[in-house]
Design a protein around this ligand. Structure first.
Ligand code: FB9
Length: 518
């Protein structure tokens, strides 16, 4: 018999039973059908959806005898036995009697009781006194009224289903002689579309068809109710990494603000573009092995194409110019050619600005422009819960005439306001290639605290002048990471949950959509 047929059989039995009953108890019904309560529940849901039945949740508190309660019914309560034991051993003091009674308990019951004999003997002495089975005369235990074992009697009344006083029931429950049983069940009653058999049920139509419309049958069929809570089908497809979701949000903001995207495909960079062109001296600590990844093969880049520019950079480092006193050291012409993994996307900003300057030289044309980049950068740093040896830097710069620090602050405020950060503040900072520089802070409404969100500044003349960017033009720039906002937005505390070999594909597959733009 197919599963469908079995199910229809059970449903017909339920419908048949309902014919002669106002309501059915699901626990009893499951027993009658020989199926689990869970199985019955899923059957009931299917016919409730068709309005053939109604089901109502019910909770019933009942009580039942525990194993110990049954033993006391069979053999008598320990407190009554204590009274009988005192009667057989007159003239003893309580301590003597309790100690002797404790040794007798195991022989008084057929099985070991849950309470240890020493504890039970003491409890029985107290209970026997309270129920009048014994009396104390100075320090001697006297026999009291042993006409009835009251606990055994109450348990017998309970077992026979007689009503016992609430206080007595509470006492028996407290002594774990009876226990409370909470029973959850369903009361099943006829629904508005109740029928005696599934044979009489019109199969609900889910999809309307051309035939139903042409024939006019659509007027007589029952359409299955639409389940507006149903989740969409999970379709097997690719899933975007949270970092890429956040990157897309930032790309949209930059595009909306009129920025052009830079080509960030060269992860390997010459030191020249990553350091020297940014007026970062060859002895700067950030250039040593502790901070920068050097490429073994090929160790060196080809000579810089624009040798005149190379010389202007060298002069700027050694002697300065354009009002700068330079860095005053012997500039090595080999060091700029060492290949590294770029430590910031500012290297690409530098290349882009040089390209603009070259274009100006060739065409005499230059205009205000805005560029951004978002890509991996590499730093040989100590790894911890929030830092890896690589991260994604987000950088934006604006080339225009006579730009000021106020312009930089406004660009930064405009950008971050679009991801809900309206309370922005700045602190003076130091960067080798920008002057002045500022750290950027924001009050995060979700975290309810002010956090550091990046760094910024105006590119130094020592960087721009050797490129031959016209003097009336200046460049403001700011940067931050992709990982920090992603971890905050998705509540990820461990960077290795976001990047690396241990990333859970489940996270990638089920991470919610992110809409940071407002
Ligand atoms: O991203 C950072 N924090 C941040 C950014 C956005 C954000 O969004 C909110 C959720 C909505 C939240 C937090 N920081 C910069 C600040 C800190 O996380 C800091 O501890 C880590 N910093 C990195 C550098 O670590 C070595 C983040 C990274 C960073 C810092 C500075 C720059 C770029 C990345 C820069 C620059 C720059 C400066 C001048 C000119 C051009 C570029």
């Amino acid at each position: 018999m197919s599963q469908q047929t079995v199910q229809t059989h059970f449903i017909n039995v339920i419908l048949e039973l309902l014919k002669n009953h106002d309501a059915l108890n699901s626990v009893e019904l499951a027993g009658k059908l020989g199926i689990t309560h869970e199985k019955l529940y899923s059957l009931l849901l299917s016919i409730q959806a068709l309005k053939l039945i109604n089901i109502e949740n019910k909770t019933e508190n009942t009580y039942k005898l525990t194993q110990e309660g049954k033993i006391y019914i069979e053999n008598g309560s320990p407190e009554f036995k204590f009274g009988q034991f005192a009667q057989s051993n007159p003239g003893m003091n309580p301590k003597q009697l309790v100690e002797r009674f404790q040794n007798e308990i195991p022989s008084m019951y057929p099985v070991e009781l849950p309470t240890k004999p020493d504890m039970l003997a003491k409890a029985s002495f107290g209970k026997a006194k309270a129920l009048g089975y014994i009396k104390l005369d100075k320090n001697n235990v006297q026999t009291g009224n042993l006409s009835c074992d009251k606990t055994q009697k109450a348990l017998n009344c309970f077992e026979q289903g007689e009503q016992i006083p609430v206080k007595e029931l509470q006492e028996l429950t407290k002594r774990n002689l009876v226990t409370k049983v909470v029973t959850n069940w369903f009361s099943i009653t006829k629904g508005e579309k109740y029928v005696e058999s599934m044979d009489n049920v019109k199969k609900p139509i889910i999809d309307i068809t051309e035939e139903l419309i042409k024939s006019g049958e659509w007027k007589d069929v029952d359409f299955a109710p639409l389940n507006f809570d149903a989740l969409g089908q999970k379709i097997p497809c690719g899933h975007e990494h949270p970092l890429l979701k956040i990157r897309q949000e930032f790309r949209q903001i930059f595009f909306q603000m009129g920025f052009e995207e830079m080509d960030t495909s060269n992860w390997v960079e010459s030191s020249f573009w990553n350091f020297e062109t940014l007026f970062l001296g060859q002895q700067h600590p950030c250039r040593d092995m502790q901070d920068t990844f050097f490429i073994e093969q090929p160790e060196f880049a080809k000579p810089i194409e624009d040798q005149e520019y190379f010389k202007r950079v060298k002069d700027m480092h050694e002697r300065g110019g354009y009002g700068s006193i330079g860095l005053r050291y012997d500039f090595s012409e080999k060091v700029p050619l060492t290949n590294i993994l770029r430590t910031h996307t500012t290297a690409i900003s530098s290349r882009t600005l040089k390209h603009i300057a070259d274009n100006f030289k060739n065409t005499g044309e230059i205009r205000p422009r805005r560029f951004f980049s978002i890509d991996r950068v590499y730093r040989n740093e100590t790894l911890d819960a929030t830092h890896l040896a690589e991260f994604h830097q987000v950088e934006g710069f604006v080339l225009d005439k006579n730009l000021s620090l106020g312009d930089l602050m406004n660009y930064i405020r405009e950008f971050f306001s679009r991801i809900g950060l309206d309370d922005i503040s700045f602190k003076p900072a130091y960067n080798p290639y920008t002057e002045p520089s500022m750290e950027i802070f924001a009050y995060h409404p979700g975290l309810k605290k002010t956090i550091e969100i990046g760094n910024s500044g105006i590119f130094r003349p020592e960087m721009l002048r050797p490129m031959d960017i016209p003097e009336e033009y200046s460049v403001i720039a700011w940067g931050f990471s992709l990982e920090r906002p992603t971890m905050i937005e998705y509540g990820i505390s461990e960077i290795r949950s976001l990047e690396g070999p241990n990333v859970s594909l489940d996270l990638i597959e089920n991470v919610p959509l992110c809409r940071m733009t407002f």
